[in-house]
Design a binder for this molecule. Structure first.
Ligand code: UGA
Length: 456
């Protein structure tokens, strides 16, 4: 191939928009595609439709350099790129378990018949094992058989909040393919990533494998991370009844390098657009394949995770001296500040956010709930319009009966408990992310409750 390789990214959500901007930054000629015209207009104006540190700068720089464009025209995409990356969402179906592949199907069936020269279609979306083989069949059915269009699967591992760095400096590249040509094309499409690594004296491990393994690597990684979080949250449950401190327990077991100290933060549990839905879809697919028993533990992982949200409610009732009856707690007449509505800091994503779920549950129990978040308010307002949205941290906590820290934003971690204490009558705080210094808050006169930590 001569000249700069041309890449398309189909779907411009977190995954596609970040990849498009980063691969343009690496020097490729990039076209991002989406059916959502509003999203494409914002991206074309250099503005990411979600909060991701560093992404707006990359978009603007590469749009200005002419290496990056966005379109809603599949004809343009088909005529443009040598390698097409599928980056569309695979949401949970209404059954609450399995993955919906409608968007994958629609981009593949729109693209394939429009292709007029040899190209590679690469799946990046998180999918049930078996999807790549199905996409290959769709391509065989819809594309001109003489063109030799091929399919490969290369899952992504980016974390919201670190997405730009995760794409430019991936921990590994996994390639599922059964063709040498596809492997070479994918290698060329990642040359920029390897070159950057070489200038920084780093290695990017590459695992070349079959379709099924590549698809499974992604869901296995997310299942492992979810299990690690639920493991420490299960330990938090035990600490709560035994009188232990899960944060010290996590630190102590984490010194063993076989265990490691990352993803051992006990709290309100995992949320977001990936881990919860991925572990459910993985179970559903394993069940279909006759291996349901192998993943039964993931059901428990899910249950432990959801129980943490309930724990926040019980703690609130306890601190506010409201008995918990069979119908739950009656929190009417109380005003509660919930700090954080996003599923984690440095993101404006409120999908399946434990913080927002806790805020809603407190409101459903009768409390007057006031929330504040540095980035997530517009998205939260759309999902939960009945909560009260405060313009600042201090406005949120003023005169409340209880403060719940639900997302560990730096603004909350670093807040001064003495100053905040002056704004409330009863100094009661639930640290839903174990991100505060209990001793410091206690000294400032607060009654402190963490998750899996002794009361102070
Ligand atoms: C997750 C994976 O970490 C990525 O590797 C993967 O690529 C991505 O899903 C995906 O499938 O696209 P992300 O959803 O951005 O990334 O979020 P995480 O950083 O994994 O956090 C997930 C949730 O777990 C958050 O709600 C976070 O607060 C919670 N968490 C994380 C804990 O409760 N404790 C921890 O120790 C770590």
């Amino acid at each position: 191939m001569t000249g700069v390789m041309r890449l398309s990214f189909l779907g411009t959500g977190y995954l596609g928009a970040t990849y498009a901007a980063c691969f343009a930054e690496l020097g490729y000629d990039v076209l991002g595609y989406d059916v959502d015209e509003a999203k494409i207009s914002r991206l074309a104006a250099g503005e990411a439709p979600f909060h991701e540190p560093g992404l707006d700068d990359l978009l603007r720089r590469n749009l200005a350099a002419g290496r990056l464009r966005f379109t809603t025209s599949m004809d343009e995409v088909a005529g443009f790129a040598d390698v097409h990356f599928i980056c569309v969402g695979t949401p949970q179906r209404p059954d609450g378990m399995s993955a919906d592949l409608t968007y994958v199907e629609s981009v593949v069936t729109a693209l394939a018949p429009r292709l007029t020269r040899r190209a590679l279609i690469v799946g990046k979306s998180t999918v049930p094992v078996g999807t790549a083989a199905w996409v290959e069949q769709l391509v065989a059915k819809h594309a001109d058989p003489g063109l030799g269009i091929e399919v490969a699967w290369s899952p992504e591992f980016l974390q919201e909040g670190f997405a730009v760095d995760d794409v430019l400096r991936p921990s590994r590249i996994v390639v599922g393919t059964h063709s040498e040509w596809a492997r070479e094309q994918l290698h060329a499409a990642h040359k920029g990533v390897f070159d950057l690594a070489a200038t920084e004296d780093r290695d990017v491990p590459v695992v070349v494998t079959d379709f099924a393994t590549a698809e499974l690597v992604k869901v296995a990684a997310n299942a492992f991370l979810a299990t690690k979080i639920s493991f420490i949250n299960a330990m938090a449950e035990v600490c709560e009844v035994a009188g232990g401190d899960v944060t010290l327990l996590a630190r102590a077991i984490g010194y063993d390098r076989r265990i490691g100290n990352r993803f051992l933060q006990a709290g309100l549990g995992f949320g977001g657009g990936c881990l919860p839905k991925d572990i459910r879809a993985f179970q559903a697919r394993a069940q279909e394949l006759g291996a349901g028993e192998a993943l039964r533990f993931l059901h428990e992982v899910d249950l432990i995770n959801m129980r943490r949200r309930g724990r926040a409610l019980t703690l609130a009732a306890e601190l506010l001296n409201r008995p918990v009856g069979p119908a739950g707690a009656d929190l009417s007449g109380t005003t509660i500040a919930v700090l954080g509505v996003t599923f984690k800091p440095n993101s404006d994503d409120v999908r399946d956010a434990p913080s927002l779920a806790v805020a809603s549950a407190l409101a459903a129990a009768g409390a007057d709930v006031r929330v504040y978040d540095p980035q997530g308010m517009p998205n939260a307002r759309q999902e939960q319009p009945f909560l009260t949205y405060a313009p600042s941290l201090t406005a949120c906590v003023t005169d409340v009966s209880l403060v719940v820290v639900a997302t560990e934003w730096a603004e909350f971690r670093n807040a001064d408990p003495v100053l905040l204490g002056d704004l409330v009558a009863a100094r009661l705080v639930i640290d839903g992310r174990n991100c505060l210094d209990p001793a410091q808050w206690h000294r400032a006169g607060w009654t402190y409750r963490g998750m899996g930590r002794p009361p102070l």
